[in-house]
Design a protein. Structure first.
Length: 423
């Protein structure tokens, strides 16, 4: 049987102008939906992004026996009757968000069995910090043929945990497990991402006792016996907002992103200003406007509040047409430069050495046939094709579907010409 290849046909070279409504945060949705498993009763979660990864995650919850009612940008989760705390290889959805089920399974059922973790192929994503922290809470962990098996030995008991690096996933899993553990847990060198804070806000609303020190790097958790069901609205997606601001720059346009929390984008905003994009902030809106020449800069990806790795690919695409040299150092994942060959095909001047990309800006990119290698890289290539005058083809857009809600419609709303096709 002939397999059809899906692609986006993009007519680029137009200055894009208008407004984009930002969706709920993909990276906040997973841990908060996982946290609902700790609660007996109906949790009503709003501002859910309607993206492929979240749909798969909700499907995973249904498979293990959780009752889920789905509405427009909202879900009702009811885990009152319990669930099966295991995800078998043949049942797992290939999404990274599955990792936060580990902490929820251990917290609610005191055991877990989870097949290998999914997501983008952007390099090694070890979960050694998850394992280390859970062991400190009294959890025994073994691996058997790619399946992680966790079991509370005697009791789930609070402890002092120091993370070797501020891992977002490890921080979230340890919060989920320790919030219903006996005694107090302290997590030092914790991740400070807004999505972690959103999880904490949700749990505290449900009756948890979690506090954070002044810098946000130490989290104090007093275990409670029971959490109560709540209604909660997820924060906006800072990565999506950053992406559309970059779209304004790369297409020499003017785009306003609405329903955002500007403080969550501070590192990105500072760099966009440095590059020469005019940025205007007004309460929950940010406007990015091209005012002439853009200039090269240096970028180093770091844990929050540093520059986010999830925006690195998009800003790399932008810098290909900025005046002068740029240097981008990727410190989080080792395979974040997989779009470079396609950008070079489009006329970009890029050289990669280990974890660093050296870019010299060119006047313009040329249309080409490119292939999305992963979620953020795929969107970066879409931005590049929207800047290149002429018709381009972007193969495998399903990667972008995983993390950007209605992106084709949103791009069309600001004047972009993108059409999904297959042949």
């Amino acid at each position: 049987m002939e397999v059809k290849v899906e692609y986006l046909e993009v007519e680029g070279g137009k200055s894009l102008k208008g407004s984009v409504e930002i969706s709920g945060s993909k990276n906040a949705a997973f841990p908060i939906l996982s946290a609902c498993l700790l609660i007996e009763g109906k949790c009503h979660i709003k501002n859910i992004p309607e993206i492929l990864d979240v749909k798969k995650f909700i499907n995973q919850l249904k498979k293990i026996g959780v009752n889920v009612l789905i509405g427009a940008h909202e879900v009702e989760i009811d885990a009152t009757s319990g669930f099966k705390p295991e995800i078998l290889p043949e049942e797992k959805e290939n999404i990274r968000g599955t990792q936060t089920l580990l902490g929820a399974f251990v917290g609610r059922e005191r055991k877990a069995s989870i097949a290998g973790l999914g997501g983008c192929n952007i390099g090694s994503r070890p979960i050694d910090q998850h394992e280390k922290g859970l062991r400190e809470l009294g959890v025994e962990i073994i691996w058997n043929r790619g399946i992680l098996k966790a079991q509370v030995k005697n009791k789930l008991k609070g402890n002092k945990i120091f993370l070797d690096k501020p891992s977002v996933g490890a921080t979230e899993n340890l919060i989920l497990a320790s919030v219903v553990a006996e005694g107090e847990t302290v997590i030092e060198n914790a991740a400070r991402e807004p999505e972690v804070k959103d999880l904490i806000n949700f749990l505290n609303k449900a009756g948890a006792q979690i506090s954070i020190n002044g810098t946000g790097s130490t989290i104090f958790i007093k275990g409670v016996k029971k959490l109560r069901p709540v209604d909660y609205t997820i924060i906006p997606d800072r990565i999506e907002a950053s992406t559309y601001l970059i779209l304004a720059g790369i297409t020499k346009g003017n785009i306003k992103v609405k329903n955002v929390i500007p403080q969550h984008l501070e590192a990105v905003i500072m760099k966009l200003k440095e590059i020469g994009l005019d940025i205007t902030i007004k309460e929950n809106e940010i406007t990015g406007a091209y005012r002439g020449r853009l200039y090269g800069t240096n970028i180093v990806t770091l844990p929050y509040p540093g520059f986010p790795t999830d925006v690195q690919s998009q800003i790399l695409a932008l810098l290909t047409t900025a005046y002068g040299p740029s240097v981008i150092q990727e410190n989080i994942f080792e395979n974040r430069f997989r779009i470079v060959n396609d950008l070079i095909k489009m006329g970009a001047n890029i050289r990669v050495e280990d974890k660093t990309a050296f870019v010299v800006g060119v006047d313009e990119l040329k249309p080409s046939i490119v292939t999305a290698p992963d979620l953020r890289g795929g969107m970066a290539l879409l931005l590049a094709t929207l800047s290149a005058k002429g018709i381009s083809k972007l193969i495998d857009p399903f990667h972008i579907d995983r993390g950007y809600e209605n992106y084709i419609e949103k791009i069309r709303l600001v004047g972009g010409k993108v059409e999904r096709k297959s042949d």
